[in-house]
Ligand binder design. Structure first.
Ligand code: CAA
Length: 261
């Protein structure tokens, strides 16, 4: 894994099967400048291709997961330059990853920071994490999924309140509204997220990728379409060695040996 300027990428876990990407731009509270997003997207892409990695954890520092898109970098943009320059388009790379990504959020996850966390598949939050979409306080609106992903995971009233006030909310509130799946003491957060990654990585990578794709369908399509997609993928798993291995190992009371095929 190469060295990057704005992220630290490593492979962790007892079986070296979890990719860890730490956003590292402390002077700007991990504000997501283009170069940082390029580094992050590149690290995630490499980890997605690396067959020894089964899950990825993205984290920041104890003070900030990320304080949003870089306000200084984008403030002089125009509508035309934003369109032609593809402002925020590079961020979509993260949601293209076929492996599960866990966001381990300590400190501020504001604006694009909150949106980056929501692009991940699971969010664990440190007990002092602060979430929010403060874009309206600086004369713009969320642009990397905030209005859409909060609405889908927490409903209209919460999405409206968060996006229209710009108010911050706590890790506990985020858990209550279903945005994060667990709140953990700040100093244990990354370890717990890595353990979750290890648990996921202990399953067949092929089956996990299909399962992630199927859950994601729930956000993209109607219930009938989603159920039909899920059923077909379920049927299709029976053409894999890992389904045969998994079910036989259950019957033999042994641990399965996945072949990712
Ligand atoms: N962009 C650029 N620089 C940022 C930044 C951002 N989003 N957030 C913080 N910084 C910089 C500050 O300018 C400051 O730099 P200087 O030392 O050079 O002045 C440094 O990081 C430390 O920040 P503060 O002094 O402000 O730290 P604080 O502890 O007093 O406050 C904070 C922390 C509440 C997170 C505050 O920094 C803040 O409100 N940040 C901006 C949050 C925000 O509005 N985010 C949304 C951005 S827009 C967006 O994300 C659009 C989108 O949808 C993609």
């Amino acid at each position: 894994i190469p060295k990057y300027e704005f992220v630290e990428a490593s492979v962790v876990g007892q079986n070296s099967n979890v990719g860890l990407v730490r956003l590292n731009r402390p002077k700007a509270l991990n504000a997501l400048c283009d170069a940082l997003v390029d580094d992050l997207a590149s690290a995630v892409k490499l980890m997605d291709k690396n067959t020894s990695i089964g899950a990825i954890v993205i984290t920041g520092s104890e003070k900030a997961f990320a304080a949003g898109a870089d306000i200084k970098e984008m403030k002089d943009g125009s509508f035309a330059s934003n369109v032609t320059g593809g402002l925020l388009q590079g961020w979509a790379e993260i949601s293209k990853c076929s492996k599960p990504i866990i966001a381990a959020v300590n400190g501020y996850a504001l604006g694009g920071g909150c949106e980056l966390a929501m692009m991940c598949d699971i969010i664990y939050a440190g007990d002092k994490a602060r979430f929010g979409q403060p874009e309206v306080t600086i004369g713009t609106i969320p642009g990397a999924g905030g209005t859409q992903r909060i609405a889908r995971s927490c409903g209209k009233s919460k999405a409206m309140e968060i996006c229209l006030t710009g108010n911050q909310f706590s890790a506990e509130e985020a858990e209550r509204m279903g945005l994060v799946s667990k709140v953990i003491p700040a100093d244990k957060l990354v370890d717990e997220a890595v353990k979750l990654g290890e648990k996921i990585a202990s399953h067949s990578p092929l089956i996990i990728a299909l399962c992630k794709e199927s859950v994601n369908k729930a956000f993209e399509t109607s219930l009938a379409e989603g159920l039909s997609f899920e059923k077909r993928i379920f049927h299709a798993t029976f053409s894999t060695n890992d389904q045969k291995e998994g079910m036989q190992a259950f019957i033999d009371k042994k641990a399965p040996k996945w072949t990712r095929s």
